[in-house]
Design a protein around this ligand. Sequence first.
Ligand code: ZN
Length: 241
Amino acid sequence: MKASEAHQNLLIDLQKIDTTIMACGLKLANLPEHEQIKAIHKRLEDAAVELKVVETELEDVSIDLRRSEVDVEAVVDRMKKDEGRLSSGSASPKELEQTQHELATLAKRKAELEDSELEIMMRYDSVKKRLDELASDEVGLKQLELELNVRLENAKTQLDAELSKAKSDRALLVPQIDGSLYDLYEKVRGSANGIGAALLIGSKCDGCHLQINAIEIERIKSLAVDEVLRCEECRRILVRI
Ligand SMILES: [Zn+2]
């Protein structure tokens, strides 16, 4: 195939545009924010599951705490009654002895109940602390998600603008290129990872980056400038500098 040097050079310009279009598409599909947002959603889901568990635990501990308070109150009430009986002076010596004995038992029981209440209160504090942490994590994660969404939108807008500029440049350039040469370029591009034309730099194809053998280079040198060359290795259109 033959095509003027100028038309062949336009292929390199077209290739640059097509490479930009490909890169934009790739970047759009692989914006890191997509994965980051997905990871945040996962963390939010996990946190929500844990939040439910911790909320239930807090309810349970609250009931335990209330129960323990009631137990202590009951013992305190009985102790007050016993103390009242003792101070009234109306009890017989035997009753006095029994009441004093009961008071000692109640005091012991009260101390035990208070110890257990303290343990429950500590458990309550630790569960409540975890609940607060989870709530604060959720706020932080949602804020981060918001920021990432803004970053994602900005990146998309920028890439969309780049893409649409490249597409309009392409639309202007294509009609300036010889039809058959363009068709060949498109055919090669479709089967060579999006690269249809490459420069011949020294004796190296800039498409596959392989060295072209000396005999082929000599043959190329002998060809007219309007002769369209193909790389023997990658079959891409080779454009001489
Ligand atoms: Zn090549």
